[in-house]
Design a protein around this ligand. Structure first.
Ligand SMILES: C[S@@+](CC[C@H](N)C(=O)[O-])C[C@H]1O[C@@H](n2cnc3c(N)ncnc32)[C@H](O)[C@@H]1O
Ligand code: SF4
Ligand code: SF4
Length: 341
């Protein structure tokens, strides 16, 4: 991933530190729609929701003033289904401002060079594209024929533009765990970075995709050992910090990971503009104060280990070092890196 300049980092910190001290969430995830053009086996979404109640750019502008996040993740459902996506991005990040650090998470099905460049122009720092398998098995998993071929064509072409801001997102399940290294090599071939997170049963209730047997856990250990060696060699394409990989192993071993900072360090905005502590819980709230009063003190959930959750359990200085510095490497875009077999 591209390194932030000193000025950008300073500007993000100048906004982020006072907000952090005042108790505002560091990360806000905007779930812009619950409609989706894929139908993934590990997710509860899929299909178009008619007449969904949604806020528009002005609504998001107001929310940003209320929530003051350092990092904004635009997600869904599938955010590229929103025709006003670019206008919303511009509302979230005022022109010429370094903050917030802006990420769009997409399945990539509707992605084109034109849309990518428009999102960049609107100020995104990172485009995260989900990848569950290293080949056409991705289509089956995501219920979308031709999806892998589309990504295989589009992503290297976008990476070749040299902006170094594309990261693959891979949610590890029992089904794709044997191919973790193969997926890392696809990222290398496409010239982009990759970040892994853990499957949570909370979305679907399906335990078949989690990793729990001794045999499977042993295989996951082996995959992560290879990933760590690969990480050392490949100049920063693997985004996960070592503590995060360790945490992922622990999460699968124990079946949960408690003490999460949902509602405190991060929260979610629903398409209609209400707040939720995290994407896995359905109850909606109207203010940060209400979440802090009614959810945070009683939250005993340890049901997921998504990346952002694990980073936000670190103190802010460590988060900044790990997210903005360790993830950022001085590497020329598309520079060839060695593979570990
Ligand atoms: C909910 S999707 C929304 C954005 C977009 N539709 C996409 O797939 O990238 C965001 C991320 O959550 C991941 N995800 C979906 N269901 C999950 C689950 N049960 N556990 C962990 N991650 C999950 C997806 O693979 C994706 O990378
Ligand atoms: S993971 Fe993303 S693409 Fe897949 S069904 Fe869920 S929202 Fe849609
Ligand atoms: S562990 Fe935290 S972020 Fe994850 S599902 Fe539970 S409350 Fe939400």
């Amino acid at each position: 991933m591209k390194k932030l300049t000193r000025t950008e980092t300073a500007s993000i910190l100048a906004k982020g530190i006072p907000a952090y001290i005042a108790g505002y969430p560091t990360v806000v995830s905007l779930e812009m729609t619950y409609s989706c053009c894929n139908d993934c086996k590990h997710c509860n979404m899929g299909g178009i929701i008619e007449d969904e109640k949604r806020i528009g750019p002005e609504g998001y502008r107001k929310l940003m003033k209320r929530l003051k996040p350092v990092i904004v993740q635009v997600s869904g459902g599938e955010p590229l289904l929103r025709k006003d996506l670019v206008e919303v991005l511009k509302a979230v990040k005022p022109a010429g401002s370094a903050a917030p650090y802006l990420i769009v998470v997409t399945n990539g099905w509707l992605l084109t060079e034109e849309k990518y460049l428009a999102m960049r122009e609107a100020g995104i720092n990172q485009l995260s594209i989900s990848l569950c398998f290293p080949d056409e098995r991705h289509d089956q998993w995501r219920g979308t024929k031709g999806l892998f071929a589309k990504l295989d064509k589009t992503i290297p072409a976008l990476a070749a533009l040299g902006h170094d801001d594309i990261v693959l997102n891979c949610a590890i399940t029992r089904e794709n765990m044997p191919y973790i290294m193969d997926i890392a090599r696809v990222a290398e071939r496409w010239g982009v970075s990759i970040s892994y997170s853990a499957y949570s049963v909370l979305r679907t209730g399906n335990r078949d995709y989690t990793i729990s047997s001794e045999e499977d856990l042993e295989q996951l250990h082996g995959q992560f050992d290879q990933l760590r060696s690969y990480k050392e060699l490949n100049c920063g394409r693997i985004m996960n910090a070592d503590f995060n990989l360790q945490g992922t192993l622990e999460f699968f071993e124990k079946g949960e990971m408690k003490s999460c900072s949902a509602g405190k360090r991060f929260l979610v905005v629903t398409p209609q503009g209400t707040l939720k502590p995290c994407s896995m819980h359905d109850k909606e709230y109207t203010s940060i104060r209400q979440i802090k009063r009614e959810f945070v003190p009683y939250n005993d959930c340890g049901g997921c280990y998504v990346s952002i959750r694990s980073y936000l359990e670190r103190p802010l200085p460590a988060l900044i070092k790990e997210y903005f510095a360790q993830h950022s490497v001085d590497r020329k875009p598309n520079e060839a890196v060695g593979a570990v077999r």
